[in-house]
Design a protein around this ligand. Structure first.
Ligand code: ADP
Ligand code: ADP
Length: 242
């Protein structure tokens, strides 16, 4: 059984004459431990797909189809079950850590939140776990006390990755994880993601407009165009055809 299977997914924002069909019949599958890249130009529906996987889309978005995570359909899951699946079943690393992190809270407290909420840890356990996670992503544990603006872009992205790892997810969805970063830092963050998913046997769905980045990191590639997957296959083969 695939870890993730997306079947005939449609996502439309709004309705009537102003309806925007963002995803128009996508099928994808990801086996446990695999790394799948989803490429495509801006506006083709990649972020919508990523957010749909955990039902994190705004309520104006209408979804049909199936999103099976370990065989369970995310789209019909009860709310309580969905909350358990978020973070532990699959976790998302978003683009632009500055917008995704809360500017007025220390980063350690932000990483601790899903741990406290979803793992039922005590504050002391959560604090220890935050320190471990920060070290895991190459930051000193003491950086837990920093506010997002006190960190560099690369460090903030490391914090986002630490947060995504907080509840030991089996799948990480990384949406343009390096886009806002300098080229040198991009390579470091990609290596970090590769190393972490390999060490902890986490599956990866990575989204990027940059086919080259995906071809280096992923086993398989899907290319989207206007809401559809127009090409899918082994990473090198898809890259060479493009
Ligand atoms: P990508 O990640 O590939 O750049 P998106 O999934 O962000 O693509 O966008 C796909 C389409 O959906 C685009 O036409 C975009 O303008 C539209 N869209 C994205 N988010 C929203 C939203 N919240 N409300 C309405 N339309 C949206
Ligand atoms: P709450 O736990 O406060 O009810 P949600 O579960 O709706 O909130 O999630 C709050 C925010 O946390 C979401 O809008 C999203 O940005 C982020 N989030 C939720 N689940 C995940 C996840 N698995 N990975 C990364 N971010 C997530």
């Amino acid at each position: 059984m695939s870890q993730l299977e997306v079947k005939d997914l449609h996502v439309t924002y709004g309705s009537g004459t102003r309806a925007v069909p963002a995803v128009r019949g996508v099928d994808l599958s990801l086996a446990a431990g695999q790394k799948l890249g989803v490429a495509g130009e801006s506006g083709c529906g990649k972020s919508t797909l990523a957010l749909a996987l955990l039902r994190l889309l705004p309520s104006s978005a209408k979804l049909t189809g199936e999103i099976l995570l370990d065989g369970e359909d995310v789209l019909t899951m009860k709310w309580g079950r969905l909350r358990a699946v978020r973070w532990a079943g699959a976790s998302i690393v978003f683009q632009g850590a500055m917008h995704s992190l809360n500017a007025v809270h220390r980063v350690g407290d932000q990483i601790a939140e899903p741990i406290l909420l979803h793992r039922g840890s005590t504050p002391a356990e959560a604090k220890r776990r935050v320190g471990e996670l920060l070290q895991h992503v190459g930051l000193p544990a003491a950086r837990a006390d920093a506010y997002p603006h006190e960190l560099s872009g690369g460090q903030r992205q490391r914090v986002m990755i630490a947060m995504a790892l907080a509840c030991d997810p089996r799948l990480i969805v990384a949406d343009e994880p390096t886009t806002a970063l300098d080229v040198m830092i991009q390579a470091q963050i990609l290596r970090l993601i590769e190393q972490l998913v390999a060490e902890q046997d986490i599956s990866l769905l990575m989204i990027s407009h940059d086919l080259g980045v995906l071809a280096d990191t992923c086993d398989r590639l899907a290319v989207m165009y206007a809401g559809r997957v127009v090409e899918e296959g082994p990473a090198r083969a898809v890259y060479d055809r493009a």
